[in-house]
Design a binder for this molecule. Structure first.
Ligand SMILES: NC(=O)c1ccc[n+]([C@@H]2O[C@H](COP(=O)([O-])OP(=O)(O)OC[C@H]3O[C@@H](n4cnc5c(N)ncnc54)[C@H](OP(=O)(O)O)[C@@H]3O)[C@@H](O)[C@H]2O)c1
Length: 450
């Protein structure tokens, strides 16, 4: 149940009109996304302003797949969006310099502090004025995430490295366009209450969760009966399970439908990406794990669906183009036209097919359900073990089938004595750290390598 709505005016926030939770009267809902009747009313009121809105955006992970597509949107809709901050590791300095030239951010953070001098030199050589703030290291990324002038932070960095910057952004009152799912998966028990405490919006940028979010607009608070997450099936969807012991990193990086960064592409090949999305859907929409199903949909046209209490099924369709969910996450509840985005052609699509995932081929899916159902710090442990295993697989120091083995072993060794379903941020950070060490150890063992 969403709390009774009341109006508050927060000039520094994304919207001037808010219907916020009344903390004195009812507890906040156990989900992070702005769904439910109170938010729908608020969304309608905001949408009535038309396309005349301006949002200042910080992009974490600006040089990656999500980051560059976010900046494509800013480039095409300069009347609606401008850039305040950019953050990246600093690996791709040329692109970061080019982004600084084009978008004139106030702050640029390089996670790798040793690249800051080279960045300054590269700016000078390219005749690009220095931003007011340039920082290096993890702390600089956190500072960038909470920079005063930004209203929306697009989280396009990879892995649990997004956790502390996202927490900082929420505490500073920024709305979050969430691409970095690992943060919510590991930190859900802390992030969901924090979103409500600071009255910020967390809008999903993952295509599946954007689809669900779109389908739930205007739906009553208790209308959701079931979520169906669609999965492309990843690089090996048409491979027999017997061939998986031979696959290489290059094989796993051949995604049939989406062009994404290496980590998520590998997660798609193991279907861990879908498993992570099951947990993400739980925290975003408050659905029970029994009410979240996964179907393989090779065409990636139906991005996901919801079933409502009366068994009506609503789905969202579109070409596989991440700019659409990103645009909606950044502009919700508005609907902006992008000339560069192609209308769906039903005849060209032809047929849409669906099948059950092969659980033998994709053990990571069941591991994710198990971690989600266990709750507490287990999703953080699952996620950290997966990050380590995937990194090792991509560096060719772990076989493909070793990925689920590492995760399962690490989960089985997670100490659940003194277990709480409501861990603190420190608990989550410690569990993440422990799981990384344990994953590196077990991955090196002969049993896993065999
Ligand atoms: N790509 C997609 O279509 C897609 C779809 C749905 C969800 N997602 C999610 O979005 C996130 C980003 O994915 P991606 O595919 O865009 O990854 P990517 O292409 O590998 O890009 C990652 C970006 O994050 C930066 N980065 C990595 N670690 C960082 C850190 N600790 N501090 C600051 N910057 C850091 C990288 O900088 P450098 O370039 O300097 O290394 C790069 O700009 C992931 O959580 C993924 O699951 C992605």
């Amino acid at each position: 149940m969403l709390p009774r709505a009341r109006r508050t005016v927060r000039p520094s926030s994304l919207y001037t009109l808010r219907l916020a939770d009344d903390e004195d009267e009812e507890p906040p809902p156990p989900w992070a996304a702005p769904i439910g009747i109170a938010n729908s009313i608020k969304g309608l009121l905001e949408a009535m302003r038309g396309e005349r809105f301006e949002r200042k955006v910080t992009v974490l992970g600006s040089t990656g797949s999500i980051g560059t597509q976010t900046l494509d949107i800013v480039r095409e809709r300069p009347g609606n969006f401008s850039v305040v901050g950019l953050a990246a590791t600093g690996r791709n300095l040329d692109l970061l310099v080019e982004q600084t030239r084009e978008f004139r951010p106030q702050v640029v953070a390089l996670r790798d502090a040793s690249r800051v001098d080279a960045f300054r030199d590269a700016l000078q050589r390219a005749n690009v004025p220095e931003p007011a703030h340039i920082g290096g290291g993890d702390a600089a990324v956190v500072e960038c995430a909470r920079h005063t002038d930004a209203q929306v932070v697009v989280t396009g960095l990879v892995g649990c490295a997004g956790l502390l910057p996202t927490v900082a952004a929420i505490e500073a009152g920024k709305d979050i366009a969430l691409a970095n799912k690992e943060t919510l998966i590991a930190g859900g028990p802390v992030i969901v209450p924090l979103v409500h405490k600071h009255h910020v919006w967390m809008t999903p940028a993952d295509s599946e969760h954007s689809a669900i979010f779109q389908c739930l607009q205007g739906a009553p608070d208790d209308a959701l009966r079931r979520i169906t997450l669609t999965a492309s099936g990843g690089a090996f969807r048409d491979w027999d399970v017997s061939r998986l012991s031979q696959v290489t990193a290059a094989d796993a990086l051949q995604h049939p439908n989406w062009n994404m960064g290496p980590k998520i592409t590998c997660d798609s090949a193991t279907l861990m990406n879908k498993g992570l999305e099951v947990i993400e859907a739980h925290y975003l929409f408050g659905a029970d794990y029994d009410d979240i199903e996964v179907v393989v949909h090779p065409q990636s046209i139906v991005h996901s669906a919801v079933e409502l209490q009366d068994t009506s099924v609503l789905a969202q369709l579109g070409w596989p183009d991440m700019r659409l969910p990103l645009l909606y996450a950044m502009s919700w509840p508005h609907r902006l036209r992008m000339e560069s985005m192609r209308s769906l052609n039903w005849v060209e699509v032809g047929s849409l097919t669906f099948r059950a995932p092969d659980r033998r081929k994709y053990p990571c899916l069941d591991l994710a359900y198990a971690a989600g159902r266990r709750g507490g710090t287990m999703p953080a442990v699952l996620n950290a073990a997966n990050e380590v295993a995937v990194e090792m697989f991509l560096k060719e120091s772990l076989p493909f089938l070793g990925i689920p083995r590492v995760i399962e072993l690490v989960m089985s060794r997670h100490d659940t004595s003194g277990w709480t379903t409501e861990p603190s941020l420190d608990d989550i950070v410690s569990a993440d750290k422990w799981a990384r060490t344990m994953a590196s150890e077990v991955a090196a063992s002969q049993h896993i390598q065999a």
